[in-house]
Design a protein around this ligand. Sequence first.
Ligand SMILES: Cc1cc2nc3c(=O)[nH]c(=O)nc-3n(C[C@H](O)[C@H](O)[C@H](O)COP(=O)(O)OP(=O)(O)OC[C@H]3O[C@@H](n4cnc5c(N)ncnc54)[C@H](O)[C@@H]3O)c2cc1C
Length: 497
Amino acid sequence: MIIKKNKDTIQNYFEDNSGLRGAFADFVAVAETEDDIPGFLYEMSKSKTPVTVAGALTGNTASGLAFGGAVLSLEKLNKIGKVERIDDKNALITVQSGARICDVKLKTFSEGWMYPPDPTEKNASIGGNISTNASGGRGFKFGVTRDYVEALKVVFSDGSKSYVKRGEYFADKNGGITFDTNKGKKHIVLPKYRLPAVKNVAGYYNYPATDLADIFIGSDGTLCVIVEAVLKLIPHFKEVFGGIIFFETRDSAYEFVDKIKTISKKTEKENLKDSISAMSLEYFNKNALLMIKSDYPAIPENVEAGIMFEQDIYGDNFDILMEKWVEVISAVGVDLEKVWFASNLVQQEEFRVFRHKIPERVNEMIRKTNIPKVGTDFAVPDGTLREIVDFCDKEFEKAGIFNLTFGHIGENHLHANIIASNDEEYKQCKQMCVDIAQKAVELGGTVSAEHGIGKLKHILLEKMLGEEGFKEMAKFKKSLDESGILGRDNIFPKDYL
Ligand SMILES: Cc1cc2nc3c(=O)[nH]c(=O)nc-3n(C[C@H](O)[C@H](O)[C@H](O)COP(=O)(O)OP(=O)(O)OC[C@H]3O[C@@H](n4cnc5c(N)ncnc54)[C@H](O)[C@@H]3O)c2cc1C
């Protein structure tokens, strides 16, 4: 273990993408091998020293930032193993937690395989992606990180280790699971709250018959240190067809999305060939498009909304599929002059850069104001998206603070970013996010579908699970992290411990 204490050399561990200031630690411990971790955690537990695991620190909720104690960095544990082919459709790859998702994607792509989770920030670590259950644009078809984790090697704060293979341990009807570690058995009982039936990362996972692996995925550094993961791969598509459609009304954008979702579901359910099956459906509102107009002057005038779509193609049916997309686009009354089409991977990558430009520009604005980012991460059930977007609009109009919305409309999951320019506006923005979260909960949705709760969104999670939920989570955390040292203040306030 390398121990760093010099203030100048450890300063870069105290900033992430949340913009939260003031993080600090007594020292940073950089693991050189996996074997460094059990003894380190055992010692930290004994002395009750808080430990915050730092991945690549690209998180949006300050969950990787320490406020005292030690930072544990896994940056040197970044080995990526060989692709192990199982059959034509399935393969596995073993990676250490410090590996970056871009390197995993590149390695698997070069061998014809795909690691489907696709969060926008490709410098994030696999450990961070697993701990936040990251998703991204292609989640509409491929799901989230959780869906591609086959096994995890984890270390608990008492220094015990476990290899958790999916399918080996499930919660019984009372939520109880007993599992093996190298130092004997552990018994845990899951919290009893009900989580919403939408894309969700808020709260410890407790859906019926929970697989033990799923408990650690999305646990935001609070239950264990993830050292290594076995990831599932699928064959990489041959081509991609996609585009960006500019709509004059938001209603026609919604109508288009509804049509494509219905057709895509039918295609997948009935395994239809030569039929539309969207890989991603990404939304930009007018303000988001206006913000990047200087980068992309060709964005048409008088547009209210944009949708970027992608379809993955495995055979030689490119032309047939293109015709089908054009048919649906025309059916909702869009002038084809207002559509940019991409007909190969290179062009589609340019559109992905367009999509990524939006969070990048937001981050630049945030850096200039020096005020933390305020944004929503809600997802709501099918049929309720219009209601929550209208609600947001009314809130934004009342406040008169610059805002923009973009995100994963295929999963009814949008990020409204509200950019405060002073402390007073920041307070207002935070209150608006609480009100929007409350609305999402009333509609049967979640307050966080991909970024997590971290240290900044306790108040939103309280709207969803209440104080009772916090108490249940604290009790559950203690059953795995008895000394309560891991990821303190992440997910629920540390006072509950
Ligand atoms: C421009 C931009 C775009 C983004 N787009 C997306 C997106 O599309 N989808 C999305 O989901 N997120 C997105 N994010 C957020 C961020 O990239 C993800 O949350 C990512 O998963 C964080 O990974 P990280 O390695 O940076 O983790 P960190 O930020 O360092 O840590 C995040 C959490 O994981 C814990 N952790 C890290 N490694 C381990 C480990 N080995 N064991 C236990 N706990 C660990 C930390 O303690 C912390 O709680 C974006 C961020 C940026 C800057």
